[in-house]
Write a protein that binds this ligand. Structure first.
Ligand SMILES: C=C(O[C@@H]1C=C(C(=O)O)C=C[C@H]1O)C(=O)O
Length: 448
């Protein structure tokens, strides 16, 4: 595996020759595929697609405030060295990974997130992509004889995938103990302080998060956890990212929120902010949705996100369009949602848009710097990759990134869950606490 660090990366990348080869496969069992994965891996599933990667032909890491630009430059140098035969679009080589929420430079790092750099992307040794009912295998290799190595790797993987050991799913591991940061009392104080800051200072909104550490009775099976998330959250992005050589830690989740998707010059994004629970009956659901649509507090919280996204895109796009505000219903919560799309003035890279948009006030706040300072001064845990961009991009700079919420970091027999809520002038600490508990549910239900 070739490790490309941001500080030395471009030089190193320019010396690499990378070859990619792909072929179409018969349909295969993705749970069995994920169960058989070795080395660093990424699983990425959308509404009608599923990707699993295994191993690393090249890895890009970067740290500090310039991490987005460093990854983009390193990746561009890497893709310039890539020799691939013409492939269907679905099978093209891509880089998969993500970023930490904070730039890390001055933020406390906790050992919980060891192995998750501020930015980590992988050019997988093998990538299996299902789109609709078609499946492709793409392999990559480096070195002077990269083309021949890739050809051999393609044969090896084709044989392995044709003969995947059947995978018998397991039940959720069960939770034997849990601890929460902050406590309910501390949370109340944090929210009261944030509301006081908003009423007296420049701060307009801040998203404060909590962490829940769960001791599990057995180790979590990642393929089975993903299968459960698939069942309950088929219209969310389900992801599992394990940068370690032995996948010691996996960051996984089922997020409803697209940060940004770029295809050519077309940008798709959304504002997702303002939340309520689900009802016991369809009538109660509708009533809650209507109440959310009419809520001054939630609409204000949502407006700030729409405005911030528009402002960021206005500077790079000739036309930014916002669709109508609707309610996005998920298994345990409902959110206000506004779709946003734009046509860019010039060619751009999805990472430039990721950098411009992250963190949106749906997970950070406004003004961004004041909100980030409040988050750092308030939260007694490291967000790590929670609420940060995760996704993929290709040689053309097209790609899709989601906001890594409804997520947890699994390591051995523990899991650290994260969830937050937007705080605005009318926020009530107890209601915000309840909202956060609903946002834990996708991952909690996967564990027990
Ligand atoms: C911060 C989270 O969710 C975000 C905050 C929301 C809110 O405050 O209403 C709603 C959706 C997400 O943008 C989370 O799930 O942890």
């Amino acid at each position: 595996m070739k490790l490309l660090r941001g500080d030395e990366a471009v030089g190193t990348a320019s010396e690499l020759t990378v070859a990619a080869r792909s072929l179409e496969l018969d349909a295969l069992d993705h749970d069995a595929l994920v169960a058989s994965i070795e080395g660093p891996s990424v699983v990425w599933r959308g509404q009608d697609s599923a990707i699993a990667t295994t191993g690393a032909t090249a890895t890009i890491t970067a740290a500090g405030p310039d991490r987005f630009g460093t990854v983009r430059e390193t990746a561009t140098a890497l893709f310039e060295r890539l020799r691939s035969q013409s492939t269907p679009r679905a099978a093209r080589p891509r880089l998969f990974g993500g970023f930490a929420f904070h730039d890390g430079a001055e933020h406390r790092r906790s050992s919980v997130w060891d192995g998750f750099p501020d930015a980590w992307f992988v050019l997988p040794a093998a990538q299996v992509v299902r789109e609709g009912d078609r499946t492709w295998l793409t392999v990559t290799a480096t070195g002077p004889d990269a083309g021949r190595t890739a050809g051999e790797r393609l044969d090896t993987w084709r044989e392995r995938l044709a003969d995947l050991p059947a995978h018998a799913g397991t039940d959720p591991p069960g939770i034997v103990d849990e601890s929460r940061t902050p406590s309910r009392t501390e949370w109340r104080e944090q929210i009261e302080d944030a509301v006081a800051d908003i009423e007296t200072g420049d701060l307009r909104k801040v998203v404060l998060a909590q962490s829940l550490s769960a001791d599990l009775s057995v180790e979590l099976s990642i393929p089975d956890a993903l299968a459960r998330l698939d069942d309950r959250y088929p219209d969310c992005y389900r992801f599992a990212i394990a940068p370690g050589e032995h996948r010691e830690r996996t960051f996984l989740g089922a997020t409803p929120e697209t940060l940004v998707s770029l295809s050519g010059r077309t940008v798709e994004t959304e504002a997702l902010a303002g939340s309520t629970g689900r009802g016991e009956t369809p009538d109660e659901d509708d009533w809650l949705a209507e109440e959310l649509l009419g809520s001054e507090k939630d609409n204000h919280e949502h407006d700030l996100v729409v405005e911030a996204i528009r402002e960021q895109l206005d500077s790079v796009a000739e036309s930014v369009r916002t669709g109508g505000r609707t309610v996005r219903q998920l298994a345990t919560v409902q959110h206000l949602r506004t779709p946003v799309s734009a046509e860019l003035d010039d060619d751009s890279h999805v990472l430039d848009l990721v950098e411009a948009l992250h963190p949106t006030p749906a997970v950070g706040g406004l003004p961004p710097d004041a909100a980030l300072e409040t988050i750092k001064a308030t939260e007694a845990f490291d967000r790590g990759w929670y609420a940060a961009p995760v996704g993929w991009f290709d040689a053309a700079g097209d790609g899709t990134f989601a906001v890594a919420i409804r997520s947890a970091l699994a390591r051995g027999r523990t899991a650290s869950l994260f969830a937050g809520a937007g705080i605005v002038p009318d926020s009530d600490p107890d209601r915000e606490w309840d909202e956060v508990q609903l946002k834990y549910r996708p991952m909690l239900d996967t564990l027990a």
